[in-house]
Design a protein around this ligand. Structure first.
Ligand SMILES: N[C@@H](CCC(=O)N[C@@H](CS)C(=O)NCC(=O)O)C(=O)O
Length: 232
């Protein structure tokens, strides 16, 4: 049993831990609207790994013509192309990049915990999107009041983390995703992290990673609105 487990671990590590430099020739193309939206985390992860990203920005006018929508597997963007691989679903893209760029944990158990954390980030993102697009004027206040209940589990995890990341010793795709969503929330409510010291230093620490910092300060990234309806 021990032997089997250790060989499984070896297979998993072989799949996950291919040196990052092996992938420097990857050519990524992202097709999406001119917003940060569901692609902020993906862009941060690629930037942090020194990867190039070609972007096709789609205006609402072009989208409304319907041809592109009709060509998308689920009728929605973003779409990420990595060579011959075409991916839809932003979380599948994060996982793909996590596998390729060693941001998906060291073991099967770490990967599963990263999945769990990312699913929780997605739960909060869906609540955020619903408020932004459907009830900004009537629901923002209640949303901000309830926000600490959703941030508390992340604070709890990070306050116990030795590395300062959600899972294991290294940054993972779930960290980029949570970081991106926390930046959105700081824009929504500037004091929302004041009673969460671990989350606050987590955001500061990821924002200070040189390549992430460069992206956050880059004009073409900064000028993208967070959401498509202008609310933030
Ligand atoms: N679950 C999908 C959601 C994608 C999604 O909601 N896309 C929106 C923009 S962020 C879209 O394409 N809206 C246009 C439409 O539905 O026609 C993902 O994570 O990628």
């Amino acid at each position: 049993m021990t032997l089997l487990w250790s060989s499984l671990r070896t297979v998993w590590k072989t799949q996950l831990s291919v040196p990052t430099q092996f992938y420097t020739m990857s050519s990524y193309t992202l097709t999406y609207f001119p917003v940060k939206g569901r692609c902020g985390a993906l862009k941060m992860m690629l930037a942090d790994n020194g990867q190039q990203l070609k972007e096709n920005l789609v205006s609402i006018e072009d989208w409304m013509k319907g041809d592109l929508k009709g060509s998308c597997l689920f009728g929605q963007l973003p779409k990420l192309e990595d060579g011959d691989l075409v991916l839809y679903q932003s979380n599948a893209m994060l996982r793909h990049l996590g596998r390729k760029h060693d941001a998906y944990g060291k073991t099967v158990c770490e990967a599963s915990r990263i999945d769990m954390m990312n699913d929780s980030v997605e739960d909060l993102r869906l609540k955020y999107i619903k408020m932004i697009y459907q009830e900004y004027d009537t629901g923002k206040e209640a949303y901000c009041k309830d926000l600490p209940n959703h941030l508390k589990p992340f604070e709890c995890i990070l306050s116990k983390s030795k590395s300062g990341f959600l899972v294991g010793e290294k940054i993972s795709f779930a960290d980029y995703n949570l970081f991106d969503l926390l930046l959105n929330h700081k824009t929504l409510c500037s004091t929302c992290l004041d009673s969460f010291p671990a989350l606050k230093s987590y955001v500061d620490k990821i924002a200070a990673r040189p390549k992430v910092k460069a992206l956050l300060e880059c004009e073409s990234f900064k000028k993208l609105p967070i959401n498509g309806n202008g609310k933030q």
